[in-house]
Write a protein that binds this ligand. Structure first.
Ligand code: FAD
Ligand code: MLT
Ligand code: ZN
Length: 572
């Protein structure tokens, strides 16, 4: 990373505070070599491990997590069945017995890495908790059996048996989902794809990458980086989430602004239908207009119509010149102006435009112990990334942009990363908000598409509601809510409203729901921009989709999964 601040006159005008910032970077004690991982230890929380950095090449399994990380203290997480007593186990589903487990063993073998058996054996709760409890510590199921197939054929045999015997299943990847879709509600069998972690092929002319669903996103990206390419999706959980989970949630993330959604990038899928049929649509074609594009139903299908076992995806060339800047701004209006200017002046090299409010940055600093990059505090912050192929060209553009936004007082202060460590530290200020939000016990999360001019109004109104409710205090441990923060992918009009809390409390939920959904529907937004529906949004789909569309979705679900064994109690 070139020392831009020395080369560019505009950057000298920004009070870079480089000495302070460099000291901070080393004090942060970054444990991760890529920017995507959150860079501070939180004692009682899941540690989102980076995978070992390199894959072995085609046909070899990439390093994968042996299991979703179980949190210490997960016993304190309330069972979903207790938090939502109105939900009843569907009595049509079979309760597992010894014969079922024996059958699964005949498919998967005896290896302890293939089956975690709490049905016929004494698998400890700890063994099972990492698969039963979700990342937010909000949802917890009662699964007693986890199956970890290592081939598509095994997935097919498992699903066929489950379908024939009315056994409910919960497909699972890295268990980083944020809507309660990744963990069971009752005793559904967890089918975890972690052992399906082979990269199948990569063509360095076309950029087409084919891999198993269990490959961890960061492993895929590292593999591609070595070959000059980039995975067109990036998100904070990249060290744990799997490609299959990304497909199933149609994850958006930090690169969508530049590379578009998975609906456009995925060229083909291999999936297993509930009755065991293998759907081989692992096309490597960019153009294929022969009939309905069925793979699109699995992208964002959240494991309700089948299990994704592999994907083929078009990956772009990795940009050699990357710059990251972090700004302080006086208002949300200024953030909008900065975005307009960034698009105008940085145009094709703009690869991320993220917004964080002051509260979110304070929360991050409090949870992590990190010092924020700027000396003063501001009500709003933006993070801009540029990625291009020509350092001089990019620098010139960035220079002009910075001169303009500083000169016009759109931006009040800012820093530009000078090296990879600083790139990571700046990104940590953005990506660390997720983990910081639930650092004190839990978080109510709303992931919304809202027209840009009104995007931040929701956060301000939510904060007022909590101030008036008497439920919120930064200091008083007796209050359930700590703070209300807003941040997100401003470049995609995608707001994350987080209510950081000390404990989950129905009184807090009542302040937020259905108010948030009504607010968004009135502005023709979406109640789920990128995290999906899962259990959390199931009841609220009507705020974003018409009755006709919900009816069609139910018909699709019934067509693919007539017995309803796939991820029941969720989605629609
Ligand atoms: P899981 O959590 O295991 O599962 C998610 C859903 O997909 C479940 O419904 C599950 O049943 C289903 N599923 C999983 N694997 C398969 C499969 N092979 N076949 C069929 N169904 C399957 N999301 C964003 O969109 N943008 C972000 O920027 C973003 N940042 C995040 C940051 C953090 C710190 C965390 C914890 C999460 C973030 N997420 C983000 C949420 C996001 O949905 C997930 O991180 C990721 O896409 C889920 O992948 P996973 O492998 O963990 O899937
Ligand atoms: C993000 O953008 O950080 C993610 O979507 C996760 C989150 O909101 O917690
Ligand atoms: Zn997001």
């Amino acid at each position: 990373m070139p020392p831009l601040h020395r080369a560019l006159p505009a950057l000298r005008r920004i009070r870079l505070a480089n000495n302070t910032f460099q000291q901070q970077s080393s004090r942060l004690g970054l444990q991760h070599t890529s920017r995507q991982a959150v860079a501070y230890p939180l004692a009682h929380q899941i540690r989102w491990q980076r995978t070992a950095s390199r894959s072995e090449g085609e046909g070899q399994p990439t390093p994968s997590e042996p299991a979703p990380p179980a949190r210490s203290g997960s016993k304190n997480i309330k069972y979903t069945s207790e938090s939502y007593p109105q939900m009843q186990r569907d009595s049509r589903f079979k309760e597992l017995d010894k014969s079922d487990v024996e059958h699964f063993r005949s498919i998967l073998g005896e290896s302890s890495s293939a089956i975690i058996d709490g049905v016929t054996q004494e698998a400890s709760n700890e063994d099972l908790e990492g698969y039963n409890a979700d990342w937010m510590r909000k949802y917890r199921g009662h699964a007693r059996l986890v199956l970890k197939p290592e081939s598509t054929e095994q997935v097919s045999k498992i699903l066929k048996y489950c379908n024939d015997n009315m056994i409910a299943v919960n497909p699972q990847g890295g268990n980083t989902g944020l809507v309660g879709g990744s963990v069971p509600v009752f005793d559904e069998v967890v089918i975890n794809l972690a052992r399906m972690s082979k990269i199948r092929s990569f063509d360095d002319v076309s950029g087409i990458f084919v891999a198993d669903a269990g490959v961890i996103l960061e492993s895929a990206d590292s593999y591609l980086a070595e070959r000059g390419y980039i995975f067109p999706l990036d998100l904070g959980a990249k060290g744990s989430c799997q490609l299959g989970g990304n497909v199933a949630t149609n994850a958006g993330g930090l690169r969508l602004l530049r590379y578009g959604s998975l609906h456009g990038n995925i060229l083909g899928l291999e999936a297993v239908l509930p009755d065991g049929t293998i759907l081989d649509d692992l096309s490597k074609l960019r153009k294929n207009n022969t009939g309905y594009d069925l793979k699109q139903l699995f992208i964002g299908g959240e494991g309700t119509i089948g299990i994704v076992t592999a994907l083929s995806i078009l990956c772009p060339q990795r940009s050699p010149a990357v710059n990251v800047a972090y700004f302080g701004l006086q208002s949300y209006e200024k953030a909008q102006e900065a975005f307009r200017e960034a698009k105008k002046q940085l145009s094709e090299i703009l690869s991320a435009f993220e917004m964080m409010d002051g509260q979110s940055q304070n929360l991050y600093a409090r949870a992590s112990g990190a010092k924020l990059p700027l000396e003063e505090e501001y009500p709003f912050y933006c993070l801009i990334e540029t990625s291009g192929s020509n350092t001089d060209h990019d620098s010139e553009k960035l220079n002009t942009f910075l001169e303009h936004v500083m000169g016009e007082e759109i931006v009040s202060d800012g820093v530009v990363a000078q090296d990879e460590t600083q790139v990571q530290s700046l990104w940590a200020c953005r990506e660390g908000v997720s983990e910081a939000s639930q650092h004190w016990g839990g978080v109510y999360k709303y992931d919304l598409s809202i027209p840009l001019p009104q995007l931040y109004d929701l956060v301000a109104e939510a904060r007022t509601r909590f101030e008036e409710s008497g439920l919120m205090s930064k200091e008083d441990e007796g209050k359930a809510v700590l703070d209300v923060v807003g941040y997100g992918h401003m470049g995609d009009s995608n707001l994350h409203l987080n209510v950081a809390c000390r404990r989950y409390d129905k009184a807090v939920e009542k302040v937020l729901e259905p108010w948030v959904y009504e607010w968004v529907a009135e502005r023709h937004g979406s109640i789920s921009a990128e995290h999906g529906l899962g259990l959390a949004k199931k009841e609220f789909i009507g705020y974003s989709r018409s009755e006709t569309m919900v009816k069609l979705m139910k018909q699709i679900k019934n067509f693919y999964d007539p017995k309803g064994i796939m991820n029941p109690y969720k989605y629609i």
